[in-house]
Design a protein around this ligand. Structure first.
Ligand code: ASP
Length: 416
């Protein structure tokens, strides 16, 4: 097994704490010269976090490609691939539907937008949403190099699955060429570890950049929306995932959450499920005991299509904006929000703030004022961090369930 750096979780937490501390010192204490603040902001926090995020992004396409190809090409039977993909996708879609429904229920009981009048100016340029038609078409690339260059993950996932299948079918003609991909995958996992060793510094810069720019009172605007949204994210992460783990497996839930800590912190600091893929993949295989072939399929696909936290935000934001504009949604419209949020969360790119862009599709559908996105964006940074943690926790929970159901989860590793 590949070695991981020692005390990584502790050091990441330390980096996060120091980021908050140093960021707040510079933001709140007026004792530092402006030039020093600018220097720290630009050359320490901004540059440090940009380098770290670039390195993580650098891994995404090759890692997804090699891990999916090696996972699929080494599955011995195609029936097991069929079963695994069916279960994975069914679970991903249903947990997302539960997530939005939860958010709509809480939103309609506690009414985040009632009596709220906003004075936040709309953003100058509204983000453009992508339609469902384009989302579907994007799965089928006409040029794989272009799709990879543009990080179109659905297309990359689709191509990798096809390639893995072809490799699997031709192994007897190519002298087991698929083994070469397994070896390359191991090399990439090593590269991941090398980059992740810098995570404590990367997380320090990411958090510091956030706090030194906006301080800690981003929470004031749209307070009720923020609190309700955070509550639903927490309920979904701890109640829904515990329940499905209880129903489908007999794994210890606390062990699961304990072992997910590092992944969640990582997702929180990067706000990107895609950038977190390397960490999720590693934790799911080495700490939770999910078989490598299952993990290599379930995690990259999950990071791309499974976004429960994002769907929760979209549900709550829709209710918030509707209530703010004095519009009552009907029951049929609630059902439409559920369907749309499931579909758009599939099409949402796993990068920071992407969920607010696809939110436009839902707002447009109901004729809700798009300018209200300004308020959502104003408070979105911290919420994006939290919902990304929920997104990746969902991917890992489902990886455990699918692996366990196929008898491909090593309980000794899980319980260690
Ligand atoms: N940042 C989220 C993710 O990468 C997507 C979003 O909701 O904006 O999972």
């Amino acid at each position: 097994m590949i070695e991981t750096p020692k005390n990584l979780t502790r050091n990441i937490l330390l980096g996060m704490f120091l980021g908050f501390l140093v960021g707040s010192l510079f933001f709140y204490l007026n004792i530092f010269p402006e030039s020093l603040i600018t220097f720290i902001k630009v050359y320490v926090f901004n540059l440090g976090s940009a380098i770290f995020v670039n390195l993580l992004k650098l891994l995404i396409v090759p890692l997804v490609f090699f891990s999916l190809v090696s996972g699929i090409s080494s599955l011995t039977s195609m029936t097991s691939l069929g079963n695994i993909s069916f279960k994975t996708i069914a679970l991903y879609l249903s947990t997302t539907a539960v997530a939005v429904s939860l958010s709509l229920i809480v939103g309609s009981i506690f009414k985040p937008g009632a009596g709220y009048s906003s004075n936040i100016a709309p953003p100058e340029k509204l983000p453009e949403g992508q339609g469902i038609y384009e989302t579907i078409l994007d799965v089928f690339p006409s040029n794989i190099i272009e799709a990879m260059a543009q990080n179109q993950m659905l297309a990359v996932v689709f191509f990798s699955i096809l390639f893995g299948l072809a490799l699997n079918k031709t192994n007897h003609l190519t002298g087991n060429f698929s083994e070469a991909f397994e070896k390359l995958n191991t090399v990439f996992m090593q590269l991941v570890i090398m980059i992740i060793s810098f995570a404590p510094i990367g997380v320090f810069c990411l958090i510091g950049k956030f706090v030194i720019t906006d301080g800690l009172d981003i929470f004031q605007e749209a307070f009720k929306y923020v609190i309700l949204l955070i509550s639903v994210l927490i309920i979904h992460a701890f109640v829904t995932y515990s329940l499905i783990l209880k129903i489908f497996t007999n794994l210890n839930i606390w062990t699961f959450f304990k072992k997910m800590k590092e992944v969640a912190i990582f997702a929180f600091s990067t706000s990107s499920s895609a950038a977190t893929i390397p960490v999720t993949l590693k934790a799911v295989q080495d700490d939770l005991g999910v078989n490598k072939n299952v993990a290599s399929f379930v995690i990259p696909v999950g990071a791309t299509i499974n976004m429960d936290g994002t769907a929760i935000m979209q549900g709550m934001a829709t209710i918030f904006i509707a209530q703010m504009s004095g519009i009552d949604l009907t029951l049929i419209q609630y059902v439409q929000v559920v369907i749309l949020a499931v579909v758009t969360s599939i099409g949402t790119a796993a990068v920071p703030s992407a969920g607010t862009i696809t939110l436009v599709i839902i707002l447009q559908q109901f004729g809700l004022p798009l300018e209200a996105i300004g308020i959502i964006l104003a408070v979105d940074r911290i919420l994006d961090m939290l919902r990304t943690s929920v997104n990746v926790t969902g991917d890992a929970a489902i990886a455990c369930i699918v692996a366990d159901s196929e008898d491909l989860l090593d309980k000794d590793i899980f319980n260690k």
